[in-house]
Design a protein around this ligand. Structure first.
Ligand SMILES: Nc1nc2c(ncn2[C@@H]2O[C@H](COP(=O)(O)OP(=O)(O)O)[C@@H](O)[C@H]2O)c(=O)[nH]1
Ligand SMILES: [Mg+2]
Length: 432
């Protein structure tokens, strides 16, 4: 099914660097490895060599590694050339490889080979995509777990059970109901119910997965001039928003991405909530409402003596400008001064507490992404359909459970459509 012709790519980052890693994947690369190393290569040994082109000119001093199939990332033979990271060196090596009938890989082609050669399933590839995107420690940990097969094991186990139940139910249609044990319906029902609980439970963790991979969204809202932008700057730790005492200065939403306790956080400073007369400001306020809707955490800022109208049930109430007064009217509010920095640490603690609530301290069962969400949902729906059938509808029940198994099979890539494969692999960069 796959053509393992010789392909190559720069696996390290582009730009000037100390070392560049160029990977070649293909069938029977031993001969080529021998040619560039100067002797028969032992797999997984490092060879320091003068890499020479076909005209006999030295391209660079390199370290060369050889991996023989199937013990490599792609399951094919692999040669890894570690050269100096200069663009001129990399270009010259590429030229040399092209002259030796190799072609540059397409994005994700190495992983595609790994998939076809049984080295990774699609859920592992999802993990790899997430790992390459990871910016914070929690993202790294979750993606790594997924890439190393943590998610695949769960999916494979579900699918296995679904296939068993489906086959069992299908076989039952061949029997006369009088010949079957009386509690058979109950047994099947219990099995499906357990699976349904697990699958739908994982689905409910989507928000957690999303918060880890895409970041927790925080919106700072409140009337104009209460100090939202000043507080935003305090939180982000750099002057990114315009601070001014002219009401309505922040007309658009200013956002920053930051790392709080290993979690990625997208924090937005918004235009104030007030009845704006000016069109541009009104658009800003509309955007504020969008931000509030999309936010996982809302920080509502007010002045010490302001009347307080709740914006969202679960908001964090912050009374800013605490340096201007001694009155403490609210018990469960956090008092801050964006001016002196007072109370900001306490606010950060509360933010951290909320993040932990949302992410469940990172203990999510599965890393569900946009691709897998729909498939997990289909599986859950099919199981639900099966549970709603009346006793004895074994052939229909068998079908529903098999559809559920198929959906999970698509997550793993055991049942593959080209669209699913293309979508997954195209997210990867060159050299992966
Ligand atoms: N005294 C005092 N002034 C503040 C504090 N926070 C902000 N301000 C001032 O209040 C005004 C409005 O601040 P800004 O951050 O632009 O408010 P925003 O409209 O809610 O974004 C500016 O003059 C700030 O210097 C604070 O904690 N204490
Ligand atoms: Mg502002």
């Amino acid at each position: 099914m796959t053509n393992n012709d010789a392909i190559f790519a720069l696996s390290s980052g582009r730009g000037k660097s100390g070392v560049a890693v160029i990977r070649i994947s293909g069938n029977n690369l031993t001969e080529f490895a021998e040619k560039i190393i100067g002797r028969a290569p032992t797999p997984r040994h490092a060879y320091f060599t003068n890499l020479t082109d076909d005209a006999g000119e030295i391209i660079d001093q390199c370290v060369i590694l050889y991996f023989s199939a199937p013990n490599s990332f792609t399951g094919t033979d692999i040669i890894e050339i570690q050269s100096h990271g200069a663009p001129a060196v990399i270009n010259k090596i590429f030229e040399f490889l092209r002259a030796n009938d190799m072609r540059i890989a397409t994005p994700g082609e190495f992983s595609r080979r790994a998939f076809y050669n049984g080295k990774m399933d699609l859920s592992d590839v999802d993990g790899l995509v997430a790992l390459l995107d990871a910016q914070t420690d929690r993202q790294r940990a979750a993606a790594l777990k997924s890439m190393m097969g943590g998610d695949s094991d769960i999916y494979a186990e579900w699918r296995n059970q679904m296939l068993k139940i489906s086959a069992y139910a299908a076989a039952m249609t061949d029997y006369n109901s009088d010949d079957l044990p009386g509690d058979i319906d109950k047994t099947i029902y219990e099995h499906i119910k357990t699976l349904y609980t697990a699958v739908s439970g994982a689905l409910n963790k989507y928000k957690t997965s999303r918060a880890i991979t895409c970041g927790v969204n925080i919106a700072i809202v409140g009337e104009t001039n209460v100090g939202k932008s000043s507080l935003f700057n305090r939180i982000v730790g750099s002057a990114r928003a315009i601070v001014s005492d002219i009401p309505g200065t922040t007309r658009d939403v200013v956002s920053a991405t930051m790392d709080i306790g290993g979690y990625m956080v997208n924090i937005s400073d918004t235009a104030g909530i007030r009845d704006a007369t000016d069109t541009i400001e009104r658009i800003g306020i509309e955007r504020t409402n969008n931000e509030i809707e999309n936010a996982d955490i809302v920080i509502h800022v007010i002045n010490p003596n302001d009347e307080y109208r709740l914006v969202r049930d679960d908001e964090i109430l912050v009374i800013n400008k605490s340096d201007t007064t001694d009155t403490h009217n609210f018990d469960d509010a956090i008092y801050t001064s964006a001016k002196t920095g007072d109370g900001v640490a306490e606010l950060m603690q509360e933010i951290m507490r909320r993040i932990n609530q949302i992410t469940g301290n990172g203990e999510s069962v599965l890393m569900i992404n946009a691709r897998t969400y729909d498939l997990v949902k289909t599986a859950a729906n099919e199981l639900k359909n099966a549970l709603e059938l009346s006793n004895g509808d074994y052939d229909i029940l068998s079908e529903h459970v098999r559809y559920a198994a198929d959906a999970i099979g698509k997550i793993l890539g055991v049942i593959g459509t080209n669209e699913v494969l293309d979508m997954t692999f195209s997210q990867l960069c060159l050299g992966k």
